[in-house]
Design a protein around this ligand. Structure first.
Ligand code: SF4
Length: 432
């Protein structure tokens, strides 16, 4: 049996697509190798959002070059870096056998199993993955759209993932039923710009993201929570807030990327909302859904960002009170508008702002997490604690890790009272 080695870099969409690919590879009779140098084929599913991601892949390609000298191996590079740097990879990395863009990932298994192993033509359209599930997992991703039409000035995604395409409602509901049949308890709907989902049905009617969410939540099944990632603030409609409020299955933990707290910088980023609109969105959600918690993405050191504008980001973060945040500093990306902007902020200064931001946000985490001690929450039990066999671990609606004494099997849903915090994990006791 042929052995494969699969490495995945980057976002949740890549993870979802790799999971589906792995299922296809196994379906074709292949088995995972325990080490790259024991595999018959290696697939790198790449990311290109930051330069550091590209550098990591180039480094790995050097290692695969060494492996190929001692061991026959088919090496495939796919994903966003493959899409962006097709010609460079073909010219500068002769150890790579196939460079496969984002639209052709579905054809990797055919290439590996067909007699001539050729990729004869390039697909013009993105195909959604088949249903997949990792045995024993209680949460799963469900891709519902791909691509992005927004062209934020710093982002490479629209160039490598292409324009937005939405998956059919029937396909999505079928995959939901499949995941339910596998015992999945929480499903995350995925898309680069998930809330701009827009599917035109055969009869011409349009299904928007709030409508899709409503339909998903009204299916009777054992799925406890529906999450979605990543929404764009500009597409966060009143109707969407109403669905989140009214449908008990929608987790009341929302990831809403802020990026900056300065209206001028948001304009340069081409985010199409300003500080005031962002604040009114957060306030409206909070007043409609008092139990909501937030996560966000924040970037500092964008070209021309002043100290005052950076301080506006800190104050907006404070207002949002997130319990999770993905923080980074601006890294110019070749081929984007921001790369060519005047007023690039010195790297050392970008680093200083980021490290101060991280300390600032840690204080907010602590404040927001402390507030929740004594709350009673439902938890999906996921696994036995590695440190203590009498303790189980689980995740709450707010995506928090919780440890509690319990003898119920993973997959059960229990109610616990939060009574302490160790690092990022709550300790809790069962509520009868
Ligand atoms: S919304 Fe902006 S940041 Fe997000 S994928 Fe699209 S272009 Fe990139």
């Amino acid at each position: 049996m042929k052995k494969y080695w699969l490495e995945t870099y980057g976002c949740q969409m890549n993870i979802a697509e790799s999971n589906a690919l792995e299922l296809q590879l196994k379906g074709a009779g292949m088995v995972p190798a325990s080490r790259a140098d024991e595999a018959d084929c290696a697939i790198l599913n790449t990311c290109t959002v930051r330069k550091s991601a590209d550098n990591r892949i180039w480094g790995r390609l050097g290692e695969f070059s060494r492996i190929k000298r001692s061991h026959p191996l088919t090496l495939i590079v796919t994903g966003c870096m493959a899409e962006r740097l097709q010609e460079d990879l073909k010219d500068d990395a002769p150890q790579v056998d196939y460079v496969i863009g984002t639209n052709d990932k579905q054809r990797i298994v055919n290439i590996l199993t067909s007699a001539d192993g050729k990729l004869d033509e390039v697909s013009q359209a993105y195909e959604f993955t088949e249903s997949y599930h990792q045995e024993g997992e209680f949460s799963s991703y469900l891709p519902i759209m791909n691509g992005c039409n927004n062209f934020c000035s710093y982002c490479i995604v629209p160039y490598v993932r292409g324009r937005e395409v939405s998956r059919s409602v029937n396909d999505i509901l079928a995959e939901l039923a499949y995941l339910d049949s596998k015992g999945v308890r929480e499903v995350t709907l995925l898309g680069q710009n998930v809330n701009s989902y827009h599917y035109i049905q055969a009869d011409g009617t349009v299904v928007t993201f709030p409508e899709l969410l409503r339909r998903i939540c009204r299916v009777e099944n054992s799925i406890k929570w529906i999450r979605f990632d990543s929404p764009h603030p500009k597409d966060f409609s009143r109707d969407l807030i109403t669905v989140i409020r009214d449908e008990v299955k929608v987790a009341k933990h929302l990831h809403i990327p802020m990026q900056s707290g300065s209206s001028r910088i948001l304009g340069l980023m081409n985010r199409r909302y300003d500080r005031e609109r962002f604040i009114s969105l957060i306030d409206e959600i909070r007043s409609e859904i008092p139990s909501v918690t937030f996560a966000t993405d924040v970037m500092v050191g964008f070209p021309t960002e002043t100290e005052e504008e950076y301080q506006e980001t800190l104050s907006l973060l404070d207002h949002m009170g997130c319990i999770e945040a993905f923080m980074y500093y601006f890294n110019p990306r070749e081929g984007t508008r921001a790369e060519k902007m005047d007023g690039q902020v010195d790297e050392a200064e970008r680093g200083r702002r980021l490290s101060q931001l991280i300390d600032f946000q840690h204080a907010i985490f602590a404040r927001e997490k402390e507030k929740r001690i004594t709350e009673v929450v439902e938890v999906v039990v996921t696994q036995v604690s590695k440190h203590d066999e009498a303790m189980m671990l689980g995740r709450s609606e707010h995506n928090e890790m919780i440890a509690f004494p319990c003898d119920l099997a993973p997959g059960s849903i229990v109610t616990v009272s939060l009574n302490g915090l160790k690092g990022n994990t709550y300790t809790a006791s069962m509520v009868q």
